[in-house]
Design a binder for this molecule. Structure first.
Ligand code: APR
Length: 235
């Protein structure tokens, strides 16, 4: 049998074993911050300094964390599949760079990336690893006051959705890893997969909000269950 085409969706849970905060589990980011204040365009307009502070803290933590066995298992699986004519498309809700650092190549960061910043004056997107503030001038146009984290906020349209849907149309398997399934449109991918007759697997610490839509489920820490699943996968 030809190697399968797999669409994988990941959420904060896959990075939890690397020490990266989740949002809605015990002690998660949305227990310590009001998402309306730090992850919406309205929040940024009201207090850009507070929003910059929120993302500066998360961006500064990136060099301290490493990809875990789950990230590495997906990068290895992508190479195994490609060798046999298959494919792994990785749609991630995460804004950390751990998938890329683990070696995954076909990554669609639909909620943006912490290591990028965009200028609302000229539209440029720059690689960005230091703090941002309202005084930060754009390296492109030089204007200050318009630099923002390159992150998709609530109420904004995620990126790469057309590529994600095209990959889902071709997929033989949809795998959701480490996400609570509470934010759309990402949380709607499993229903779209089912509608297209694609088999659906959930790998998570506990049943997500749409656990009932999956054909198969495995629960446990991603760093444990993702490598186990990837190693068992044959075609
Ligand atoms: N291994 C596997 N799964 C885990 C682990 C772990 N070690 N730890 C937590 N999880 C699971 C939780 O059970 C939960 O279902 O990961 C999921 C994390 O859910 P959320 O914190 O809601 O994160 P996520 O689903 O990625 O949130 C989606 O919401 O706030 C927005 O833009 C933000 O991308 C984010 C989106």
């Amino acid at each position: 049998m030809a190697a399968p085409r797999i669409l994988v969706l990941t959420g904060a849970g896959i990075s939890a074993d690397s020490g990266v905060d989740t949002f809605r589990t015990q002690g998660g980011l949305w227990e310590r911050h009001d998402w309306r204040e730090v992850a919406t365009p309205e929040g940024f307009a009201a207090d850009p300094g507070k929003v910059h502070g929120f993302y500066n803290g998360r961006r500064a933590a990136l060099p301290e964390v490493r990809p875990n066995a789950a990230h590495r298992a997906l990068a290895d699986l992508e190479r195994r599949l490609e060798k046999d004519g298959g494919r792994l498309t990785l749609v991630t809700q995460n804004v950390d760079d751990l998938h890329q650092r683990a070696g995954s190549r076909e990554v669609l960061p639909i909620h943006g990336s912490l290591d990028r910043a965009s200028c609302t004056a000229c539209g440029a997107v720059h690689e960005w690893r230091q703090d941002l503030s309202v005084e930060t001038p754009c390296p492109g146009c030089g204007k200050a006051g318009g630099m923002q984290p390159y992150v998709v906020w609530f109420g904004e349209m995620p990126r790469h959705l057309d590529e994600a849907e095209a990959a889902l149309d071709e997929a033989d398997l949809f795998v959701s890893i480490g996400t609570s399934g509470s934010v759309y449109p990402a949380a709607g991918l499993v229903a779209a997969a089912r509608a297209g007759g694609t088999r659906c697997l959930e790998l998570n610490l506990e049943p997500s909000e749409n656990a009932g839509l999956f054909d198969d489920t495995r629960y446990g820490k991603a760093a444990q269950i993702v490598p186990e699943w990837a190693e068992e996968l044959t075609w």
